[in-house]
Write a protein that binds this ligand. Structure first.
Ligand code: FAD
Length: 506
């Protein structure tokens, strides 16, 4: 179909009403429905097909979505049972008793274009006494002391190096965004899709529902979850399976009663065949065990989770199966896939909801005028794949670099082959401590450094540029920065005081 003949992309039909579907609906409504025009947005979902809805931990980019939608933070936190998240705390990843933080934000300031942690690394490699790396992270220090403060733009306060996100009830987030989207004119259609029809070019033409209704559209957004109803089953965009690198393929999830104080971090604890999470919400704890079915049966997993929780269950354990990987073509013809329909990586670094939003905004960059999308989708797909592959490599690092060898699972993940992209990155770090980030990389050098150090990986040498700053000067800066961060953490309000202050505004 040539561009001249192609019909306009005027009616957007979203399939699925989980987190992905309602995020897409809210953001499209904000983008398209402000001014009268031909564009309209519909969302089809079925109450008979449950959502996954266990997505509870996020990363700081979630704030971009709230800002874009002009949503008031206090209102959002109140409606979604949310708490603040400053960091992920890793327990037992380098063996029993080990404990480290991956905090959001920076790991110290930069000195002459080089991050302070490179000077810290230089001292460590030289055998000089150094504080724990997390003393350089404003967010990790706040998290450690159970306190919370927002980043400032004031460069005189170490808080400018902090970052934060939220823990929330993903089901409530979908409900909240549904209210937002419907108020802005998105039409919700309840019904089970039994057939997806295509035109003679192969583009998607419409949906047939179980009650016989037909929904026609111009452009379709597949948010149908693992089913991948349009992108996979109809258009045949196959799924690249990454389970040889990320063998965890199941999770058992179980909420329990809330505990005080409410921690401002996600706790992830390494286990015999994977890891457990503990996510504090305002009214309860989210808990789960992500495990590899090759190394652990479901009953053992259920028991591991039951033994690991610290408070009384408020619901039965729920088992979830998944295949780590991605759609080869996340955007194909007149169909964009988002959320679980486009791929899934285990939630160790809470990246799924970020990817929904990142791809939605990337889609806006490539927004189609007509349904003839072949060229636009190529650019979109290349960038989208680049981002998820970088996240994949970062997740693999958590396993590959661990010194654990105590179970078949840990022997497998520490001995497995890794993608060339990760080998190359790791080798550069090993040789001279260098860490790079490209524009599309979600995880910046501070994140990679936190994981390398947490798992006990020390490079042969620090970045040679560190030697350009006199050692005395670097030591003095290191001392002043860690002391400034410590003071700022200890004088910040507790997490619960910060939440109460926020909720008084709601
Ligand atoms: P779903 O929630 O599965 O929604 C699919 C929708 O499609 C439903 O509304 C369903 O009714 C509809 N549908 C399907 N078939 C049909 C049909 N035939 N007719 C009509 N409607 C249909 N992400 C994070 O960012 N942080 C986390 O901490 C996190 N933890 C996770 C833990 C686990 C164990 C898992 C599995 C995922 C986790 N995620 C996390 C991912 C997160 O849950 C998902 O990315 C997010 O919920 C998006 O899901 P979705 O909307 O794509 O799919």
């Amino acid at each position: 179909m040539s561009t001249a003949q192609a019909r306009g992309a005027d009616h957007f039909v979203i399939v699925g009403g989980g987190t992905a579907g309602w995020m897409a609906a809210a953001c499209l409504a904000r983008l398209l429905l402000r001014t009268p025009g031909p564009q309209k947005v519909s969302l089809v979902e079925s109450e008979d097909i449950p959502t996954i809805g266990v997505g509870e931990a996020t990363v700081p980019s979630i704030q971009d979505m709230l800002r874009y939608l002009n949503i008031d933070e206090a209102d959002f936190v109140d409606a979604t049972d949310a708490t603040y998240k400053l960091a992920i705390r890793f327990r037992d990843w380098s063996g029993p008793g080990s404990d480290f933080f991956h905090g959001f934000g920076e790991l110290g300031p930069t000195i002459d274009n080089l991050p302070l942690f490179q000077h810290w690394l230089r001292e460590k490699i030289a055998g000089a006494p150094v504080p724990p790396l997390s003393d350089l992270s404003m967010s990790a220090q706040l998290a450690l002391h159970n306190r919370f403060a927002k980043p400032t733009t004031n460069g005189n306060s170490p808080l400018y190096m902090a970052g934060y996100a939220y823990h929330f009830d993903a089901g409530k987030v979908a409900q909240y965004l549904r209210g937002y989207a419907e108020a802005k004119g998105v039409r919700r259609i309840e019904g089970r899709i039994i057939e997806v029809t295509q035109d003679d070019q192969g583009d998607i033409a419409g949906l047939r529902l179980a009650d016989g209704r037909e929904i026609a559209g111009d452009f379709f957004i597949d948010c149908s979850g693992f089913a991948g109803l349009l992108i996979g089953k109809t258009l045949g965009s196959d799924y690249e399976d990454w389970s040889h690198w990320l063998p965890c393929d199941r999770a058992v999830a179980m909420p329990t009663q809330g505990l005080r104080p409410i921690a401002p971090y996600t706790l992830v604890t390494a286990r015999a065949a994977g890891w457990t999470w503990r996510i504090p919400l305002l009214s309860r704890l989210g808990n789960g065990y992500v495990y590899a079915s090759r190394f652990c049966d479901d009953e053992t997993a259920r028991q591991t989770l039951t033994d690991a929780v610290d408070s009384a269950p408020v619901a039965e354990p729920r088992l979830l199966r998944f295949t780590p990987g991605r759609r080869r073509h996340p955007w194909l013809r007149n169909c964009l896939s988002l959320g679980l329909a486009s791929g899934f990586l285990e939630p160790l670094e809470s990246t799924s909801i970020h990817l929904i939003f990142a791809n939605l905004f990337r889609f806006f960059d490539y927004f189609p005028r007509t349904v003839d999308c072949a060229t636009l989708s190529q650019g979109f797909n290349a960038r989208s794949v680049r981002e998820i592959e970088e996240i994949r490599d970062f997740l693999i690092l958590h396993y590959k670099a661990s010194p654990r060898r105590d179970t078949d699972f840990w022997r497998y993940v520490t001995g497995m082959d890794i993608p060339d992209s990760l080998s190359a990155k790791s080798e550069v770090f090993r040789q001279q401590g260098k860490l790079f980030a490209d524009y599309y990389d979600f995880f910046k050098p501070a994140s990679w450094m936190a994981i390398y150090d947490g798992l006990g990986v020390v490079p042969d040498a620090a970045d040679p540029l560190a030697a350009l700053v006199p050692q005395d000067k670097a030591r003095a800066i290191l001392r002043d920065v860690t002391e400034g961060i410590r003071q700022a953490a200890l004088t910040a309000p507790t997490h619960e005081a910060a939440l109460s202050a926020l909720l008084r505004r709601a």
